[in-house]
Design a protein around this ligand. Structure first.
Ligand code: GLN
Length: 560
């Protein structure tokens, strides 16, 4: 790294990674204004898909403003699910959106928090890398941000990097990221960086018309910082009025052709094609001067994708209950909802989700029965901590005794074993040491590697691992007789090896195991219509056109 040269003299601190060639990689910056939560991630991932469709090698990167090093310690109820990548990074749910849109695995380098940036800087400061200079927000924090972007460019040899900035412009927290990107454009040359903004057009009921003032003021924050957005998307409830497009164009200095309207759509899978038809990706490539180099090869592939990612006809929905504790926030289980959606495309059968809050079930038998009315299958998702656990065990028991399809994910795997131990093996006090440290029958216990660990950040059994499938089992069959698959994990506890034999004798088949260590990773109960669970999270690797195998069989059985 040539950071020494650049930090010794003037005001600039722009370390370039070895092998970096300015101009080789283009950058598209996606910012938001007015309000968050109107689909910045969805639009940005659709853009990635459109650029990929043109034959470009696309790398998304999310710059998240918070000071946590990663998303691993965040409460899913507040922040949505923690999405685990193959390399074990614990990231924001947007990375899941990108992986599913691009149908490829991303790495920790595609996700950078302010915490991670500051950590790099503090480490360098302690190592004496700044050679006597005072370390400042400008140029050092901004320099570090540019460095992670250029690092990604070199490592991935991307044609284009799509940078999504968390939050909205005007937030104190992302100021430095925006300043870094302003500098990036200055350094890389105007034709190599394109700024876009996703804004929101209000349409108050009391007025019954669209109003653009908030959007104008929101985007002006970018202008104040020396950033001219070149392409904007106006999100709105109903189609964008032409007069609003005119105003946005006039007051914000951009051509009318570069102001796009995207109103609420029910099917987000149709968004890439819609954006293509409006000319969104074309406009961006024109700004970058590469619209001729990367021509769209017709819209055939996108049309096919749109057709394949919808449910045709009017089949009766399959009702799947998700029995968890964050049922008030669908973002907390977003990958599970997506995996179910992927199955519905494949089976051409809508899936309707019913939320069962297991905290409400504890000690109430009738409540459970009532909740289970009309339910075709149950998923017990991942989770941590004691709240709602007894309710989940009651749900598992109900499914086992009434032959209702059950799919357990991570914690749901452990719950099924606890239930089975209590009610089939007759170990009445069986539990996980996570919920009762002194239980007489710890059928679920800490993984050996977890016993010495302190603190909670980034130290679980995390990321992609091999799972060996046992020949002749359901799991083996569902995965096309593969001997080995790779899935993503995020746990501290496991099935206690001392109980394995007893479980097997009573009818549990451990059909997936870790190579070389006795960690059970898939279980099935063949006597049952469908009772399977995995210690991994299959929902994280399900893709729109390749639904996860366990999910698919579960929905099929639930639909019967
Ligand atoms: N709490 C359990 C464990 O740590 C399950 C984790 C999960 O569901 N992701 O093993």
């Amino acid at each position: 790294m040539n950071e020494i040269a650049s930090s010794s003299g003037g005001e600039f601190y722009t370390p370039l990674p070895p092998g970096y060639k300015p101009g080789k990689t283009k950058y598209v910056v996606v910012t938001g204004s007015v309000i968050s939560g109107v689909g910045k991630g969805t639009i940005s991932s659709s853009l990635c898909k459109l650029l990929q469709d043109r034959g470009m090698k696309v790398e998304p990167i999310k710059l998240e403003a918070y000071l946590n090093i990663d998303s691993g310690t965040l409460n899913p109820f507040r922040h949505g699910e923690v999405f685990v990548l193959d390399d074990g990074s614990e990231t924001d749910l947007d990375l899941g959106t990108y992986e599913r849109a691009l149908d490829k695995n991303l790495s920790g380098e595609n996700f950078v928090t302010s915490g991670k940036i500051y950590q790099h800087i503090i480490e360098k400061e302690r190592a004496g890398k700044y050679l006597g200079r005072d370390v400042q927000f400008i140029p050092h924090v901004t320099g570090e941000i540019k460095l992670v972007l250029r690092d990604l460019a070199v490592k991935t040899r991307a044609d284009v990097i799509v940078i999504e900035i968390g939050g909205t412009v005007g937030d104190y927290e992302n100021m430095f990221a925006l300043e870094a990107l302003r500098e990036l454009k200055y350094e890389e040359g105007a034709e190599n960086v394109c700024f876009t903004n996703i804004t929101y057009i209000l349409e108050p009921n009391c007025l019954g018309e669209q109003k653009s003032k908030a959007a104008q003021l929101g985007i002006k924050r970018l202008l104040e910082m020396g950033i001219q957005p070149q392409v904007i998307i106006c999100r709105s409830q109903s189609p964008l009025k032409e007069s609003i497009r005119e105003k946005m164009s006039l007051y914000l200095n951009l051509t009318r052709e570069n102001v796009f309207g995207v109103h609420d759509v029910s099917n987000i899978y149709s968004l890439p094609l819609k954006l293509r038809e409006k000319g969104f990706d074309e406009a961006i490539l024109k700004e970058l001067g590469i619209e001729k180099k990367y021509k769209a090869n017709g819209n055939k592939a996108l049309k096919e994708w749109t057709r394949e990612t919808s449910v045709h006809g009017k089949a009766k929905p399959v009702v799947v209950a998700i029995a968890g504790k964050y049922t008030g926030s669908s973002d907390a289980y977003i990958s599970i909802l997506k995996a179910l959606e992927h199955c519905s495309f494949r089976l051409n059968r809508p899936v309707k989700v019913k939320w069962i809050d297991t905290t409400d079930l504890e000690g109430k038998k009738d409540a459970l029965k009532k909740q289970m009315e009309g339910v075709d299958g149950v998923i017990v998702p991942g989770g941590f901590g004691t709240r709602g656990i007894e309710g989940k065990i009651a749900v598992a028991k109900h499914c086992r005794e009434n032959n209702i399809p059950y799919l357990g994910l991570c914690l749901g795997f452990q719950i099924l074993l606890i239930e089975f131990a209590r009610n089939v093996l007759d170990l009445k006090e069986a539990n996980s040491t996570e919920f009762d440290a002194k239980t007489k029958d710890p059928v679920i216990c800490l993984l050996p590697e977890q016993r010495e660990i302190e603190g909670l950040g980034g130290n679980m059994r995390l990321g992609g691992r091999d799972v060996e499938l046992k020949e002749g089992t359901m799991a083996f069959k569902l995965h096309a007789n593969a001997k080995k698959i790779r899935r993503r994990f995020r746990h501290r506890f496991e099935c206690n090896p001392e109980y394995i034999e007893r479980f097997e004798k009573a009818g549990v088949v451990f059909s997936g195991k870790a190579p070389n260590v006795p960690i059970m990773q898939i279980l099935e109960i063949p006597k049952h219509k469908f009772m399977m669970a995995s210690q991994f999270h299959p929902e994280l690797t399900s893709r729109p056109l390749h639904p996860d195998e366990l999910f698919l069989e579960f929905v099929k059985k639930a639909a019967e």
